[in-house]
Design a protein around this ligand. Structure first.
Ligand SMILES: Cc1cc2nc3c(=O)[nH]c(=O)nc-3n(C[C@H](O)[C@H](O)[C@H](O)COP(=O)(O)OP(=O)(O)OC[C@H]3O[C@@H](n4cnc5c(N)ncnc54)[C@H](O)[C@@H]3O)c2cc1C
Length: 397
């Protein structure tokens, strides 16, 4: 795959820090600083907004490379890339409602994805967070968002909640909140104070530890009127914002987990060359037919997934019209890519032997990280329901 913004040297530095971040359960502060410096956070921002103007297909390829170096870094950066990708997709379709986000990304703002909620399996189509309208057209959000990646670093949070009090309620309100608000200090230095946002310290997980996806409590967090980007009816909705979130989220997530599979295959090849067989006169296990079969199996699984990500990302870039099949294609891709990566890591572990079971082993870490792919929307049940609806129609009432 061609190299663009993420140079080999940068990826090596990022890779060299991943084990420490995981062991210490700390955020990837140095990685983020280097990625910002390289312009990576502006990758999807069109050039007229001060960005690099890359396509979704190009960035998905970069995310595969970044995830191969450091999965948790790639997964958390993904959340910012998703929002910039959403704004780009809308912009490409003549919708300027998120152009402010492209502008602010050019100025260095970092966008978190504050959507998931405890016990909300409607995901985008329902909310347990209260969105209270203000006189000025803004909204105040009160509720808990879980798994907010980039917790120590985001400066803007894209979020949603349910407005139950407006005359046209109920509406799902989508908006962006600032992490801090200015106190307008008299000396001209505007001191930032929290905008009703509390980040809990509850991220102690099996994998993806450096993402620091802490719970976020919104306690009347305020979004200005010009940051309220949609008021939608609850339930499935064909609004371009929903399509753009879905498209960017599923494709970039597929890329992250594919990067894990890619690295696992490399590690399996290394292990096969390094380990020797007593049974086979000390020859390397790369000569063993069973190990060769496992590595080949993993390689075939990887070869099949790259072109799928490319093709679907290209279709989003080129405004292809898949009509009602879009959601099935996107959730199917995410499901296949995450399951594929999990199976590849599994083959790699089997081909590499017991050393991968020791704490601190990279393949062991990938085994833990890749599991997180199961939990992201669209999970297996939701993806199958979407695809079944696309082919068979809905289940009768
Ligand atoms: C590494 C990682 C990073 C992620 N990053 C983001 C992100 O940046 N932004 C984002 O929006 N999402 C993010 N997600 C969230 C993710 O995509 C899923 O939404 C999340 O995993 C929820 O899974 P679940 O519903 O199966 O969890 P569950 O296990 O069902 O629930 C998760 C939590 O909610 C509580 N809960 C469940 N049901 C109820 C209930 N009825 N009442 C009260 N509490 C309840 C559980 O006790 C648990 O603490 C991330 C997930 C992972 C694994």
């Amino acid at each position: 795959m061609s190299e663009t913004i993420l140079t080999t040297e940068l990826l090596e530095r990022i890779h060299s820090r991943a084990a420490d971040y995981d062991r210490e359960n700390i955020f990837f502060t140095e990685d983020l600083a280097e990625l910002a410096e390289a312009g990576y956070l502006r990758a999807l921002v069109p050039t007229e907004f001060g960005g690099l103007g890359l396509s979704l297909k190009q960035v998905a390829r970069e995310q595969i490379r970044l995830a191969a170096a450091a999965p948790a870094t790639a997964l958390a950066v993904n959340m910012h890339l998703v929002w910039t990708g959403v704004a780009k997709a809308l912009h490409d379709r003549g919708d300027t409602s998120l152009s402010f986000l492209l502008h602010e990304t050019g100025l260095g703002e970092v966008f978190g994805f504050g959507v998931s909620e405890p016990g909300n399996d409607l995901v985008l189509f329902g909310s347990r967070t209260d969105a209270a309208p203000e006189q000025d057209g803004g909204y105040r959000f009160t509720g808990t968002k879980i798994f907010t990646s980039l917790s120590p670093a985001w400066t803007r949070l894209g979020t949603m909640g349910l407005d139950t009090t407006s005359p046209d309620a109920p509406k799902i309100v989508w908006a962006f909140i600032d992490r801090t608000v200015s106190t307008g200090a008299r000396d001209g230095n505007s001191n930032g104070v929290s905008n009703g946002v509390i980040t809990k310290d509850d991220w102690n997980t099996l994998g993806m530890r450096a993402s620091q996806s802490q719970s976020t409590v919104l306690d009347g967090a305020y979004a200005r009127a010009d940051r309220v980007v949609r008021r939608l009816d609850p339930g499935p909705n064909p609004d371009p914002l929903i399509f753009s979130i879905f498209a960017n989220f599923e494709i970039l997530l597929a890329a992250v987990y594919t990067g894990i599979g890619r690295r696992a295959l490399e590690l399996a090849v290394e292990a096969a060359g390094r380990r020797t067989s007593f049974k086979n006169d000390g020859r390397a296990l790369s000569q063993d037919p069973d190990i060769r079969w496992r590595v080949a199996e993993a390689a075939m699984m990887m070869d099949a997934i790259y072109p799928q990500i490319d093709a679907i990302a290209r279709d989003v870039d080129e405004l292809a019209n898949h009509g009602p099949q879009w959601f099935a294609l996107l959730s199917g891709l995410k499901h296949r890519a995450t399951e594929n990566a999990k199976n590849v890591v599994d083959e790699a572990v089997r081909a590499s032997g017991g050393s991968s079971y020791f704490a601190g082993n990279e393949l062991g870490r990938l085994y833990r990280d890749v599991l997180a792919g199961l939990f992201h929307p669209s999970d297996a049940e939701s993806a199958h329901a979407t695809v079944a609806n696309a082919w068979l129609g809905p289940i009768d009432d």
